[in-house]
Design a protein around this ligand. Structure first.
Ligand code: ARG
Ligand code: ZN
Length: 850
C-alpha cells in the first residue's frame, strides 16, 4: 500500500543505542540486535518494528524471553505489546545473504559480504524502526572466518579485535554519531588495501582506506586522490570538516546504484573507484572523482543533517548533487560541466517529468521508495538548489548553509527547514519559490520581444503543466539570467525574476533591437520557447559572454533544422548552416567546449521537444544533419581530427579536451566511406580506452565491416576485466545492424553475461534500449519485446534493476501511436507476471492508467 507525505507522524518510540553482532555465514547469518528503547508516547501500547525476509530466532525484553502471546510476526512487521517506558529489547534473526540477489540488506558480492540499507534495506537485516528520523548510536561486532574474511568493517572507530575458536575472528566498531539505520554498513572480505591520510584544517589526522578486490590496488590511486581533493574542497568552500578518525571506501562489483554514503564506510560500485590509464576512459576518471566527492559531501549534507522521512530525499540528494557539480566545476571547466549537467537534465529528467512517473522533487505518494531515487529528485533537485544560489548570490547562500548546520546538526529535517534557513540567513523571500518542491513537470518559458522608440521590451510567460490530481500548474519563481547584445557586444546583463504567469521588462536607449541571450548558465530548469532567426542565433553563438548561451544557441539552431527534417525528410538544409558551423572550428575556444558545440542534440533531447514523434524519423533527421555538416565541411573535420591526435595517454584537462574534440570529429567523419579507414587506424593504434571506445562506437553506430573483428580482439584482450567487459557488452548492444536481435541472443548466452550483476544487465539490456534507438524502436516491436523479456527475468532476480530498466517502455506516450500500441502491449503482459514486485507494479500502474 502506498504511503503519503501528509501521513507523517513522529515515532512513538526512540532507540538510544543499538548493539549488533553479525555471525557471518553464507546462507545462515545470525544477527543479534540489542536496543535500548524508550517509549516517547505514553499512550502507545504496541511497538511495531519493520522486518522483511527474516527468520525470527529469539526475542527478549530485559533479558527475559517474551512469551508468544505478547507479539505478532507478519511478512513485513513484528508487533510487540509494551507496558514499560524504557526497556532493553534483544532480537536474534537469521538471514540468507548468499541467495539475496536483490542486493538490498546483507548480500554477497563476489566473495565478500556487504550491505546496502538505504532506503529500507536495514529491515532485511533485523527488526527495527526503519525510518530516517529514528537516530541511534550504533556499535557493531562482526564475526567471520579469518582466512576468507580478513577484513571485518563497520561504521565509526575500531574498538577491539581478536581471534576466536575454529579459525574465526572478530572486530568491534563504535560509531559516536547517532544515525538512522539507512547509514549502517557492514563489510567482510579479503581485499587489497590502499592507505592514505588527510590532515584536516584543525590539524587532525584522518586515515583514508580504500578496499578493492585483490590485484586491483594500482587502480585505486585516482579514487584516493579524488577523496583528498573532496575533503579539501569541502573545507575551503563550505567550512565543513570531517568528523571521524577514519574514512573507508569499499569497491564491490555487485551494486544496484553508484555508491552509498554509509557513515565512515562508503560502499561503492567498483565502476566508480577503479581506473588506470589502459582500462578507464576520460569519462570514467571524471565520474570517479564526482561520485567520490558526492558520497564524501553527504557526510554533512545527509549524515550530520539527515531527512525526516523519505519524501524529503531531495533535501540531501538535490543539495549533494549541487555540491558535487560545484566541485567538478572547480576541478575542471565550469562551462563544459554545466553543459553536461544540462544535457543530462534535458535528455532524461525532462522525459521523466513528462512521463507517467512524473513527481515533484519532494514526492507526495510512494509505493516503493527505491523508485524515487530519480533524475527528478537528484538532478532537478540540484537545479532547484542552484536557483536558490542564483537568487541569493554565493555569499548569502553560504550564510544560509552555515545557518542550516547551526540549526539542524544531528537532526532529521525537511526540505522546508532548509529553505527557511536559506531565507532567514539571507533576508530573501522564498515563499513563492517553495512551489518548486510540490509541483511536477517542466515549465515552459516563452519569450516575446518587442522594439519601438529605442525601447526594447521583453515579455516572459510561464506555462506549467497540470498536475496528477488534475489541478492546474501554478506560477513558479523563476530566475532568468539574460544578456543583451548590441553591435556584437554584450551591453547589458541582468537577472530577471519571473514571479507570475507573465511579466514585461523594458530596456531603454537602444538604437536597434538588441539580440537576446536568455537563460545564462541555464538559470532555471525550464523548456524555452523562443523564435530567434538563424542570424540572431549565430550572433549569440559568437558574441554572448555566457558560454552556456553560446553553446545553447548552436543547439537551438540544429534542433530547428532537425525538426524541419522530421516534418519533411526532403527539406533542403541551407548552406548558411555550414558557415555558422565553420565559425565553431575557427573560434578561439577551448577544445572541450568546441567538442560540445559540435555535438548535435541527442535522440532523447529531440524526442523531449516533439509530441508523439516517430522515433525513426528522429534518428534519420539527426543523421541527415550530421551527414550534411560533414559533407560540407569535410576538410575542417579532418584537419581538426588530425591536429588533435595526442601523444601518450595522460588524464589532464588539456588532453581530455583534445580527445573529446578529435573523437567528435571522428564520429562525423565515420559517416563518409572514404574516411572510415581513420576509424580502423584509431582502433589499432590507440593506447587508451577513450580512443579505443570512440573508434568502436563509430564502428558500431555505422555497422562498419571491421566491427566484428574489433569486438573479437577487444574481448580477447579484456575478457578478465569485468568493468571493461561491461563496455564491450554495451558496444555490442549498440550495433546498428539488422542482425542485432540474433546478436543480442548470442550476447545473453555469453559465458560472461549474467542478469545477476547489475552493471552487466545495464550494459547489455540498458544500452540497447537507450543507445540503439533504430532497433529498439523498430516497427516489428522486437526491440520492446526483448526489453520486456529481460525485465520479466529481472523481476525475480533484482526488482530495483528491473524497475530502472523499464523506463524507456513506460515513456511510450512520447512516441507515435503505432509504437504506443506495441509498447503498451509489452507493459500489459508484464502486469500478469507472477510475483510482480512492488517496484514494477508502481510503474506499470502509473504507465497504464488513463
Ligand atoms: N544515497 C546514495 C547516493 O545518492 C544512493 C542510494 C540509493 N539506494 C537505493 N536503494 N535506491 O549516493
Ligand atoms: Zn547521494
Amino acid at each position: 500500500t502506498a504511503r503519503y507525505l501528509s501521513d507523517y507522524q513522529v515515532s512513538n518510540f526512540s532507540i538510544a543505542t543499538v548493539d549488533l553482532t553479525f555471525e557471518l555465514a553464507d546462507t545462515a547469518t545470525i544477527v543479534t540486535s540489542t536496543m535500548a528503547i524508550k517509549r516517547e508516547n505514553k499512550n502507545a501500547k504496541q511497538l511495531v518494528l519493520d522486518g522483511e525476509q527474516l527468520k525470527l530466532v529469539s526475542l527478549q525484553i530485559n533479558q527475559q524471553d517474551l512469551p508468544e502471546s505478547y507479539y505478532q510476526v507478519s511478512d513485513t512487521q513484528l508487533a510487540l505489546d509494551i507496558s514499560a517506558d524504557e526497556f532493553i529489547l534483544t532480537i536474534v534473526t537469521e538471514i540468507d545473504p548468499l541467495n539475496n540477489t536483490s542486493l538490498e540488506g546483507l548480500f554477497k558480492s563476489g566473495g565478500a559480504f556487504c550491505t546496502q540499507c538505504e532506503a529500507e534495506g536495514f529491515r532485511r537485516i533485523t527488526y527495527y524502526l526503519d525510518r530516517p528520523d529514528v537516530m541511534s548510536t550504533f556499535s557493531t561486532k562482526v564475526i567471520a572466518d579469518k582466512k576468507s574474511y580478513p577484513y571485518l568493517l563497520s561504521n565509526g572507530n575500531k574498538t577491539a579485535a581478536g581471534d576466536l575458536p575454529q579459525g574465526k575472528h572478530f572486530t568491534c566498531w563504535q560509531d559516536p554519531h547517532p544515525k538512522p539505520c539507512y547509514l549502517f554498513a557492514v563489510v567482510a572480505g579479503d581485499f587489497d588495501l590502499l592507505e592514505g591520510s588527510f590532515t584536516t584544517q584543525d590539524k587532525r589526522n584522518v586515515a583514508l582506506e580504500i578496499f578493492v578486490d585483490k590485484g586491483n590496488l594500482p587502480k585505486a590511486h585516482h579514487a584516493m586522490a579524488s577523496l583528498k581533493k573532496s575533503m579539501l574542497w569541502d573545507e575551503e568552500t563550505f567550512g565543513l570538516v570531517y568528523d571521524l578518525d577514519i574514512y573507508m571506501i569499499v569497491a564491490v562489483d555487485f551494486f544496484n546504484m553508484g555508491a552509498m554514503e554509509n557513515k565512515g564506510l562508503n560502499v561503492f560500485n567498483s565502476k566508480f573507484v577503479l581506473a588506470d590509464n589502459e582500462s578507464a576512459t576520460d569519462t570514467d576518471f571524471f565520474n570517479i572523482e564526482a561520485v567520490i566527492g558526492h558520497e564524501y559531501f553527504h557526510n554533512w549534507t545527509g549524515n550530520r543533517v539527515t531527512c525526516r522521512d523519505w519524501f524529503q530525499l531531495s533535501l540531501k540528494e538535490g543539495l549533494t548533487v549541487f555540491r558535487d557539480q560545484q566541485f567538478s566545476a572547480d576541478m575542471h571547466s565550469a562551462p563544459v560541466n554545466r553543459i553536461k549537467n544540462v544535457r543530462l537534465l534535458r535528455s532524461k529528467q525532462f522525459a521523466e517529468d513528462a512521463g507517467p512517473m512524473a513527481h515533484p522533487i519532494r514526492p507526495e505518494k510512494v509505493l516503493e521508495m527505491n523508485n524515487f531515487y530519480t533524475l527528478t529528485v537528484y538532478e532537478k533537485g540540484a537545479e532547484v538548489i542552484r536557483m536558490i544560489n542564483t537568487l541569493l548570490g554565493a555569499a548569502k547562500f553560504r550564510k544560509g548553509m552555515d545557518l542550516y548546520f547551526a540549526r539542524f546538526d544531528g537532526m532529521a529535517v525537511t526540505c522546508d527547514d532548509f529553505i527557511n534557513a536559506m531565507s532567514d540567513a539571507s533576508g530573501v523571500d522564498l515563499v513563492l519559490f517553495k512551489a518548486w518542491y510540490h509541483q511536477s513537470g517542466t515549465p515552459i518559458l516563452s519569450v516575446e520581444e518587442g522594439f519601438s522608440n529605442e525601447q526594447y521590451q521583453l515579455t516572459l510567460t510561464q506555462t506549467n503543466p497540470s498536475q496528477k490530481d488534475g489541478s492546474e500548474g501554478k506560477a513558479l519563481h523563476i530566475p532568468v539570467a539574460i544578456e543583451l547584445i548590441e553591435n556584437n557586444k554584450v551591453i547589458r546583463r541582468q537577472l530577471l525574476e519571473l514571479t507570475s504567469e507573465q511579466q514585461t521588462w523594458t530596456f531603454d536607449n537602444f538604437v536597434e533591437k538588441p539580440v537576446l541571450a536568455v537563460l545564462a548558465d541555464f538559470s532555471a530548469p525550464v523548456k524555452l520557447s523562443i523564435n530567434q532567426t538563424d542570424q540572431e542565433l549565430a550572433t549569440v553563438m559568437a558574441f554572448a559572454d555566457d558560454e552556456f548561451c553560446r553553446w545553447d544557441a548552436g543547439q537551438q539552431l540544429m534542433l530547428n533544422y532537425i525538426k524541419a527534417l522530421i516534418d519533411d525528410s526532403s527539406f533542403a538544409l541551407p548552406n548558411s548552416l555550414l558557415t555558422t558551423y565553420q565559425a565553431i572550428f575557427d573560434a578561439n575556444t577551448d577544445n572541450a567546449f568546441k567538442a560540445e558545440q559540435l555535438s548535435l542534440p541527442s535522440f532523447d533531447e529531440v524526442v523531449a521537444e516533439i509530441a508523439q514523434v516517430d522515433p525513426i524519423k528522429v534518428v534519420n533527421a539527426i543523421a541527415a544533419v550530421k551527414l550534411f555538416l560533414v559533407t560540407g565541411l569535410t576538410a575542417s573535420f579532418e584537419k581538426t581530427f588530425i591536429d588533435n591526435k595526442a601523444s601518450a595517454y595522460k588524464y589532464s584537462g588539456e588532453e581530455v579536451g583534445q580527445r573529446a574534440l578529435k573523437n567528435v570529429c571522428l564520429s562525423y567523419l565515420s559517416l563518409l566511406e572514404q574516411q572510415q579507414s581513420k576509424v580502423v587506424e584509431q582502433y589499432q593504434s590507440s593506447d587508451n580506452m577513450t580512443d579505443t571506445l570512440a573508434a568502436l562506437a563509430c564502428s558500431a553506430d555505422n555497422n562498419l565491416v571491421d566491427l566484428a573483428g574489433q569486438l573479437q580482439h577487444f574481448e580477447q584482450k579484456w575478457h578478465s576485466t569485468a568493468l571493461v567487459m561491461d563496455k564491450w557488452f554495451s558496444l555490442a548492444a549498440q550495433q546498428c545492424s539488422t542482425n542485432i536481435f540474433s546478436s543480442l541472443d548470442r550476447l545473453l548466452a555469453h559465458p560472461l553475461f549474467s542478469l545477476k550483476n547489475p552493471n552487466r544487465a545495464r550494459s547489455l539490456v540498458g544500452n540497447f534500449s537507450v543507445n540503439n534507438p533504430r532497433y529498439f524502436h523498430c516497427q516489428s516491436g522486437q526491440g520492446y519485446q526483448f526489453l520486456a523479456e529481460q525485465i520479466a527475468l529481472l523481476n525475480e532476480i533484482n526488482p530495483q534493476v528491473a524497475s530502472r530498466l523499464i523506463t524507456p517502455l513506460i515513456q511510450f506516450r512520447s512516441f507515435d501511436l503505432p509504437r504506443q500500441k506495441l509498447m503498451r502491449a509489452e507493459l500489459e503482459k508484464l502486469t500478469t507476471l507472477k510475483n510482480l514486485s512492488k517496484d514494477l507494479k508502481e510503474k506499470l500502474d502509473a504507465a497504464l492508467a488513463g
